[in-house]
Write a protein that binds this ligand. Structure first.
Ligand code: AMP
Length: 333
């Protein structure tokens, strides 16, 4: 295990204009760990009910995912239903049934407490915090969340945000969390909510349009660094020392067939964190490469319904797509 991930393991019912599935293996931890399994050995901390099928367990175990932290208890597995409109950019959540997650108390094994790379996937922020509090010295902690938790548990969310290094959210969530429409301004507001260190970074996913990575250590500066005298002359306009924020902008992969966007965000996170765990390198260059790796995994995920595509990537598929990204974005001046 070199990446510990908490999140939902779910049964998803999905309708898209191009197909539908009922009670298929899903959930943030499933997508994330399947994607990460191509780079690292992920471990899942989650709970399922006694309706969770052995065949689904085998799908995860077959990808060498450590399931020793997956509890099985009496009750029903987390269930979620979603339906996509024709442009696939907007989704209606039909239902969210927390079921066994309502009473879940994650207790980490001694082995899992030693995790260096930790991904707190989308689930109740109080549970994310409970897991994080059991890991004494993680090297890098990433977190994903969604508007559902901003509306239901903002206090808990802010507590956990203050303890993590990298936040991965989508554009509408960034706007909701910061109460700011402009994403550059939103990034500054949100970055200040995170644990402040050299590792602090924010990734705003923009669906089919790609992503923005904000951190202090990249090469493209959005806001100039301010000198002490500039700050003294105009305190109202002072950017905090952390606000010399810099950005990396990666496009989405131009796919011919998008069948089901469910789990794209979690697959991105899995590819991103898995890549960093594999390389054990959190330099700015590596963060950018990890964004490309994550985007490659997300682009595969949406090619088929549910987790199907992530289960069956062949050797060389990911590398080829990462090279495509390089060609897509390369130009001479
Ligand atoms: P995404 O498309 O990246 O938002 O991820 C969709 C996955 O997240 C589905 O597999 C759902 O089972 C899972 N999911 C949806 N809502 C929640 C929630 N409130 N908490 C945890 N997981 C969720």
């Amino acid at each position: 295990m070199n990446l510990l991930t908490i999140g939902s393991v779910a049964y998803d019912s999905i309708k898209t204009p191009f197909g539908s599935v009922d009670k298929a293996l899903g959930g943030s931890a499933s997508y994330c760990s399947l994607a990460a399994s191509y780079f690292a050995r992920p471990a899942i901390v989650a709970v399922v009910g006694d309706d969770f099928a052995t065949a689904d367990e085998k799908i995860l175990a077959g990808k060498n995912i450590d399931l020793t932290g997956l509890q099985k208890i009496a009750g029903k597995t987390f269930a979620w239903g979603g339906e996509y409109s024709f442009d696939m950019n907007s989704r209606t959540t039909l239902f969210t049934e927390l079921n066994v997650f309502e009473t879940f108390k994650p207790v980490l094994s001694e082995e899992h407490k030693k995790a260096e790379y930790v991904f707190l996937g989308n689930i109740h922020p109080a549970l994310q915090l409970e897991v994080l509090n059991q890991i004494p010295s993680p090297k890098l902690v990433g977190l994903d969340t969604m508007n559902f938790w901003m509306e239901k548990a903002l206090g808990d969310l802010k507590k956990v945000l203050a303890k993590i290094d990298i936040l991965i959210i989508n554009d509408s969530e960034a706007r909701e969390l910061s109460r700011e429409h402009n994403l550059i301004k939103a990034a500054k507001i949100i970055s200040a909510m995170l644990k402040q260190s050299d590792k602090t970074a924010l990734i705003i996913k923009r669906g089919e349009y790609g992503l923005l990575l904000f951190s202090q250590n990249l090469s493209l500066r959005v806001h100039p660094k301010q000198s002490e005298s500039e700050i003294a002359a105009s305190p109202a306009k002072a950017l905090t020392p952390r606000n010399d924020i810099q950005v990396f902008n990666l496009p989405g992969y131009p796919l011919k067939d998008v069948i089901d966007p469910t789990g794209a965000g979690d697959s991105f996170a899995g590819g991103f964190m898995g890549y960093l765990a594999r390389t054990d390198d959190i330099s700015p260059a590596s963060l950018k490469q990890a964004c490309v790796a994550g985007s490659a995994l997300a682009s595969f995920c949406v090619e088929k319904l549910g987790t199907e595509r992530l289960q069956n990537l062949a050797d060389g598929d990911i590398e080829a797509r990462m090279k495509d990204f390089k060609h897509l974005t390369h130009f001479e001046l």
